[in-house]
Design a protein around this ligand. Structure first.
Ligand code: MUC
Ligand code: MG
Length: 366
């Protein structure tokens, strides 16, 4: 089986309501669908979400990287030669979501050709994950109302609360209101680098009684000493997200004492790189969470496929619900969260079937 063609198709699907956080906001899912074709008629798929505020990539740059740089490097290879692909793509710096989408599409092809799911191929630990929902910036009462709606409708009881605003009291009030409204819920916070280390320390002190699971990326990665100082005084684990886009960054952050947990995002490290990150974290005795790159259903299925495959990634609820904010999606069979759970598809590969008429409607290159 040989790769014959690689496509990168930009599309845009509106959000019902924007998601706002300290480093930016998302009002539409302007993503890139990556399709890898083979000579025996199989097609592997994945999606790349441009996040300029996190990786510097745009929709146009992802299309350009996939079509102009990467396609020629993988055409002619077998989809099973994933390490060849990783090395060849690795010669270009950056472009994490473009590379990750190609990697995940290859795993999809491997699963399809062997007749097994990607979850079974990767590790086969389980067939489901608990779902965590991300609550974006709004007035505290609105944030409480959203979390309540999501709990009521989907049975989700783990919430990641976006913080990093100034004054910090706004976020402290929102977290306190959420805790009061939901005494049994699991809550954690994500600052998207919005605070200084001193602000973060004050905010953590003010929220010390809220039983937060952990805090993610409260200050910029370049605040090297400030982050170490913060870790030293925090009563809860401090997770790295934007500061760990590669396995090397994971090593630097963990051994440098700037983080004590890691958010694994398949959108940026694919399945191959995410497996390496997971192995590093397990080897060092560090907890992980399956994060979300504000993925659509396709990207969420990829996070789920990876997260369910391993015990360590199945422990905590995975961030798998951002697609709920989208007005539509591309799959013929939509994802359904029930009782706070998402189940892995049993079909071979990722089990993804793209609705051709929806793709024709939402693609922006024609
Ligand atoms: C998250 O975990 O931070 C927002 C920015 C980003 O890079 O990812 C999202 C969610
Ligand atoms: Mg984050």
């Amino acid at each position: 089986m040989k790769i014959t063609k690689v496509e990168a198709i930009p599309f845009a699907i509106p959000y019902r309501k924007p998601l706002r956080f300290a480093s930016g906001e998302v009002t539409e899912a302007a993503h890139v669908l990556v399709r890898v074709h083979t000579d025996d008629g199989l097609v592997g798929v994945a999606e790349a979400p441009p996040r300029p505020f996190t990786y510097g990539e745009t929709q146009a740059s992802i299309v350009a990287a996939v079509c102009g740089l990467f396609a020629d490097l993988v055409i002619g290879l077998s989809p099973l030669e994933r390490e060849q692909v990783r090395v060849r793509l690795g010669r270009t710096v950056g472009n994490p979501t473009a590379k990750a989408a190609i990697d995940m599409a290859l795993w999809d092809l491997a699963g399809q050709s062997l007749g097994v799911s990607v979850t079974e191929l990767l590790g086969g630990y389980g067939d489901r994950m608990r779902v965590a929902h991300m609550v974006g910036f709004a007035e505290p009462a609105e944030m409480v109302a959203e979390a309540g709606r999501v709990r009521e409708q989907y049975g989700i009881s783990t919430f990641k609360v976006k913080v990093g605003r100034r004054p910090i009291l706004l976020d402290v009030s929102a977290c306190r209101a959420l805790r009061e409204a939901m005494p049994d819920a699991e809550l954690y916070i994500d600052g998207n680098r919005g605070w200084t280390a001193a602000e973060a320390a004050r905010a953590l002190r003010a929220m010390a009684d809220l039983d937060l699971l952990f805090a993610e990326e409260l200050c910029p990665a370049d605040d090297v000493l400030g982050r170490r100082w913060l870790v030293g005084q925090s009563g809860i684990p401090m997770y790295a997200d934007e500061s760990v886009p590669t396995p090397g960054d994971v090593t630097r952050e963990l051994l440098g004492g700037s983080a004590t947990g890691v958010s694994i995002k398949t959108a940026r490290t694919g399945f191959t790189g995410s497996h390496r990150v997971l192995a590093q974290c397990e080897g060092l005795g560090v907890e992980v969470v399956m994060g979300n790159q504000i993925d659509g259903q396709l990207g969420s299925l990829c996070s789920l496929a990876f997260g369910a495959a391993f015990e360590a990634t199945s422990r905590q609820a995975g961030e798998l619900s951002n697609f709920l904010d989208m007005a539509d999606d591309l799959l013929t069979e939509p994802l359904e969260i029930r009782d706070g759970l998402l189940r892995v598809r049993e079909a071979p590969g990722l089990g993804i079937d793209i609705d051709a008429s929806k793709l024709a409607h939402y693609r922006t290159d024609r």
